[in-house]
Design a protein around this ligand. Structure first.
Ligand SMILES: Cc1cc2nc3c(=O)[nH]c(=O)nc-3n(C[C@H](O)[C@H](O)[C@H](O)COP(=O)(O)OP(=O)(O)OC[C@H]3O[C@@H](n4cnc5c(N)ncnc54)[C@H](O)[C@@H]3O)c2cc1C
Length: 375
């Protein structure tokens, strides 16, 4: 396993950091307040190397391996959560469902558009009455050559108003869960707003209502009745991506703490002269590095075509807890001003809570790890 990041990726990581710090950061508080992402900024992302980084070259992407994408994802995680979430969803999660389980027509139509940032994809799994488990209430039944979907999904991350969206929908069918692709001009699909989130704003989270939503047989991803394979396949690697995001956010908070510790004086000395503060910084740095090591190992196993589910869950479990601990320390180190609205520490402190829920909670990661140990 090689920890060396190639020079061209390091260069791109530097460019991503500059863009986040110089372009995105000054706008973040205002964008969060208004829960928007300006179309001009989105166009800038489309022109830059933001979309399609990991999508295979045959479909217009760059085909970068995950181990090279994750250093870039860490950088995009250091800013406004919209960018982090979009980077993660578009490069680490959604295209894989279409590439591995979609029909040739889906791949030819959707993957090049995703690679150009011309379409977004939403993953519709969670429901009001059934959560983490596979007890899905949304139903699909076959009528002639069509499938009719009825049901209600919620908490679904969508990036509205910028580009069209393709919905990956999990529904119960006669022989198990089936995964469908639904286009956003389908009259049977409606979006209804949800309550505002505590953090991770910008991407919005919707109720998605399916009322006699008609789709073709050709719009099934994978095999009817085996939709959970699509979900599990998406989620395993996606957990590694979330771990990389957690590490990126935590590293950013540590990078804010170091100058704060050097410049803030109490009792006539900088905070950095106090051993308690030094220990706090040392603990943050150590746990961030441990998290990075965990996700790198899981990504490496994935690229070696070796089993990696347990390691992916370990990386997700460790880093979602690590980033919350780092956020707590960072908030304390920034004193009362860090608790005021609009400061990065205050925003990251709220944002990082959502990692617990994204791609399965800590309890679910423990379940996957324990299942692996006990099988
Ligand atoms: C910012 C954000 C974005 C999201 N985006 C999406 C999206 O795009 N698509 C989507 O489908 N969903 C999305 N979700 C929903 C998310 O996937 C769920 O919130 C998460 O999977 C947990 O499910 P739940 O909320 O139904 O909690 P529940 O399943 O009701 O669980 C509640 C609590 O019980 C625990 N628990 C559940 N089962 C067990 C068990 N067997 N043993 C021990 N403890 C258990 C859970 O860990 C959790 O702490 C998003 C959520 C957030 C916060």
């Amino acid at each position: 396993m090689d920890f060396q990041i190639p020079e061209h990726i390091q260069q791109r990581a530097r460019e991503a950091r500059t863009w986040v710090e110089e372009v995105l950061d000054p706008l973040s508080a205002d964008l969060e307040e208004k829960e928007i992402f300006p179309p001009a900024l989105y166009e800038e992302l489309k022109r830059g190397k933001f979309f399609g980084v990991t999508i295979p070259r045959e479909y217009g992407g760059e085909g970068l391996p995950m181990t090279q994408w994750y250093p870039l994802l860490e950088e995009f995680s250091r800013g406004y959560a919209f960018v982090r979430m979009m980077a993660h969803c578009m490069n680490g999660l959604m295209w894989r469902a279409i590439y591995f389980f979609g029909k040739d027509d889906h791949k030819r139509e959707l993957l090049p558009k995703m690679a150009r940032g011309e379409i977004m994809v939403a993953n519709c799994l969670t429901e009001p009455e059934s959560g983490t488990g596979k007890d899905i209430d949304t139903q699909a039944r076959k009528v002639g050559q069509k499938w009719i979907i009825n049901g209600h999904k919620w908490l679904i991350t969508v990036f509205p108003d910028l580009v069209p969206c393709f919905y990956i929908v999990f529904a119960n069918t006669e022989n198990g869960v089936t995964c469908f692709g639904v286009r956003d001009d389908n009259p049977g699909l409606k979006l209804a707003p949800m309550q505002k989130m505590m953090g991770t704003q910008g991407p919005r989270h919707f109720n998605i209502l399916f009322k006699d939503c008609e789709v073709d047989e050709a719009d099934i991803l994978g095999v009817p009745g085996q939709g959970l394979r699509v979900a599990f396949d998406m989620l395993a690697l996606s957990r590694v991506s979330i771990a990389a995001c957690c590490v990126g956010v935590a590293q950013k908070m540590l990078d804010l703490c170091v100058p704060q510790a050097k410049h803030r004086h109490t009792f006539g000395k900088p905070l950095a002269k106090r051993q308690a503060i030094q220990w706090s910084l040392a603990e943050m740095a150590t746990s961030i590095n441990a998290g990075r090591g965990l996700y790198q190992k899981a990504a490496w196993l994935y690229e070696q075509n070796r089993p990696y589910d347990m390691e992916a869950s370990m990386a997700k479990l460790f880093t979602e807890e690590m980033v919350v601990e780092v956020a707590e320390k960072a908030l304390r180190m920034h004193g009362g001003f860090g608790y005021t609205k609009g400061t990065p520490v205050e925003r990251f402190f709220r944002d990082c809570r959502s990692f617990h829920f994204e791609e399965g909670t800590a309890e679910i990661q423990k379940l996957v790890i324990a299942r692996g140990l006990l099988k």
